[in-house]
Design a protein around this ligand. Structure first.
Ligand SMILES: Cc1cc2nc3c(=O)[nH]c(=O)nc-3n(C[C@H](O)[C@H](O)[C@H](O)COP(=O)(O)O)c2cc1C
Ligand code: SF4
Length: 415
């Protein structure tokens, strides 16, 4: 995948100064682009004023998390979350690969602001290149008062969930834990732990340099700034693009070279996201407040354009099976519910019977349950599949199908 920057005014920010040859920005080039590491004084307040929200999918206000960790009684630790197990998201890996020092600056600044010494950068085991780049970047740095650790964590969709990540870093299986306590209260080795997505940290590094007013020059009052979006599927140039919140989805897709052929649907928000009918999707903007009209949310910013030639019902059944397989397998809603829902979608997709009532019953039972948001994310995805591909379901029940089957949306690990 390629990295590209928007033709939108005042961008790029996170992607400023990226090398054209795809190699990482070394420390001197990073400083030439962004300036030296600023002081962390007042950072918690600055980030709070900026309105920055986490870019790992949950959208939690970063300033509030920083303030909570900074006020903890024990010395906290910082974890930069670069696990990115989502098969249709590539932004965190690309950021680590191309601009590692921006992420490390953000982690170092956050650590100084909350009084942490230990900073762990967690990257998943499939990302050899990113691990090498970050290791070299750490060799270049001389951060006083910080002890860096680069941790390679097991691949998997739920590994990046913050309590699962803490478990992985402690050498346990990466399974989410029931909360509270959340990691910011009690996390790695019992210490208050600031788990922050790597892209969030890159924005922290920029806010520390340019201030909250600069950050708010893009986006809206409620959803300020820019973000990285992974655009894939039926577009001419799949890749990671930086765009301001509020940018029309059509403009984001145009940056990716535009739709190739006839679109069938657009998946917004990745595997925890929603399918939207293409004409409606392209008219919406990159704002949760706008997407809410279509029952959708940005999540971690993955956008997939499905070509009309691919059967949306078949793709949805594949993703549902992936989500069922990727659960940590420890709570009822995943062990029984997600497996049953995936089975119901597969039955519909293969035209073997009308399992819609079964699917609806299971979806109701799963909603809001389990230790983590995995079942809720899956419910959102499956409900939108049944809604947007309702005509396709009817066709399948009549023994027909309007598209092709097969792996169009990647579900990772060769599945
Ligand atoms: C199933 C699941 C998987 C997740 N995977 C990731 C991930 O790969 N990377 C990430 O940063 N956050 C992931 N999250 C969100 C984290 O739990 C956490 O909210 C995030 O790392 C906090 O950082 P942020 O506030 O900067 O977004 C996941 C959450 C869930 C429920
Ligand atoms: S809800 Fe599912 S994914 Fe989350 S901890 Fe329970 S079994 Fe694992």
């Amino acid at each position: 995948m390629s990295a590209a920057v928007a033709a939108y005014p005042r961008l790029p920010r996170v992607f400023a100064g990226l090398r054209r040859d795809g190699l990482p920005l070394r420390l001197d080039a990073h400083h030439a682009t962004h300036g030296p590491l600023p002081a962390s004084r007042g950072l918690v307040e600055l980030v709070g004023e900026s309105g920055l929200r986490g870019r790992g999918g949950g959208g939690f206000p970063t300033g509030r998390k920083l303030a909570a960790v900074a006020s903890a009684r024990r010395r906290p630790v910082v974890v930069a979350n670069g696990a990115e197990g989502e098969p249709v998201s590539f932004k965190d890996k690309l950021l680590l690969r191309r601009a590692p020092h921006l992420v490390l600056d953000g982690a170092a600044l956050a650590a100084a602001a909350v009084g942490a010494r230990d900073v762990v950068v967690a990257i998943d085991g499939s990302a050899d290149e990113e691990v090498g780049v970050v290791a070299s970047a750490l060799d270049e740095r001389r951060d006083r008062g910080i002890s860096w650790q680069l941790a390679v964590v097991p691949e998997g969709f739920v590994t990046g969930e913050e309590t699962a990540l803490v478990a992985a870093l402690e050498g346990r299986e990466p399974k989410p834990a029931f909360t509270p306590p959340r990691p910011f209260e009690r996390g790695l080795r019992g210490a208050p732990t600031l788990v922050q997505n790597v892209e969030t940290l890159a924005h922290v590094a920029l806010i520390a340099r340019h201030g909250p007013d600069w950050f708010r020059e893009l986006g809206t009052a409620e959803e300020p700034g820019s973000a990285l979006f992974t655009v894939s599927g039926a577009v001419a140039r799949p890749g990671v693009y930086e765009a301001a919140f509020g940018t029309p989805i059509r403009a984001l897709v145009d940056q990716a070279g535009g739709v190739r052929g006839q679109p069938g649907a657009v998946l917004v928000g990745g595997f925890f996201g929603s399918w939207i009918e293409p004409t409606a999707a392209l008219r919406l903007t990159l704002l949760d407040s706008d997407l809410a009209q279509a029952g959708a949310a940005l999540g971690a910013g993955a956008v997939v354009v499905l070509p009309a030639a691919a059967c949306g019902l078949d793709q949805s059944a594949r993703v549902a099976r992936y989500l069922a397989d990727e659960s940590a397998g420890q709570c009822g809603p995943c062990v029984h519910g997600l497996v049953a829902v995936a089975g119901a979608l597969e039955t519909l997709a293969s035209g073997l019977g009308d399992s819609r009532v079964d699917a609806a019953r299971w979806l109701e039972q799963i909603r809001g349950r389990g230790a983590c948001r995995h079942p809720d994310g899956a419910v959102r995805f499956v409900e939108s599949s049944l809604d947007v591909f309702a005509d396709e379901v009817e066709l399948h029940l009549a023994g027909r199908c309007s598209g092709r089957r097969g792996e169009f949306i990647p579900t990772g690990r060769g599945r």
